[in-house]
Design a protein around this ligand. Sequence first.
Ligand code: HEC
Length: 125
Amino acid sequence: MVRYVLIWVIGVVVLTGCGSPSADTAVPRMPDGMRESLPDREAGRQLFIVHCAGCHGTFDENRSQASDRFRSAAPDFTEPAYRHAKPGFLFLAIRLGRVGMPAWAPHLNQKETWQLVAYLLSRAE
Ligand code: HEC
C-alpha cells in the first residue's frame, strides 16, 4: 500500500512539472491579426487618449509638461525605436507598470491592453 502511495506522489510531482515556467511568467503572445486590425487600433487610441496621453501623448494630445520631468521621460511612442518593440514587452510594461507609471492590470482587461499595444506600435510606423 505504502508503495502505491509513493508511486502516486512521485507521479503527481512529475506530472505537475517541476521547473517548467508557469503561465504567469511566460511572455504573452499577441492574438493573431490584432496588430493590423484597424478597429482594435482605434479602440486602443481611445483608451490611450483617456488613460495615457497625459504622460505619453504629444503636446496636441494634451501631454502634461510634468511628464518630461520623469527620469526617464515618458516616451510618446512615435520614436522610431518602437517600430521594433516586441508586443509582449509592451504588454507586460503596461500591465505591471514602471517607475513613475502605475500598473494597469487592475484597470484594463487583457483585450484592452492588447488594443493599446496595437495602437502604440502603429504610432511608430
Ligand atoms: C503618470 C504618468 C503615466 C501614465 C498615466 C502612463 N504612463 Fe506609461 N510610463 C510612464 C513613465 C514615466 C514611463 C518610463 C518609465 C521607465 O522608463 O522606467 C512609462 C513607461 C511606459 C512603457 C514602457 C516603455 C519602455 O520603453 O520601456 C509603456 C509600454 C507604457 N508606459 C505604456 C503606457 C500606457 C499604455 C498607458 C495608459 C494605459 C500609460 N503608459 C500611462 C508614465 C506614465
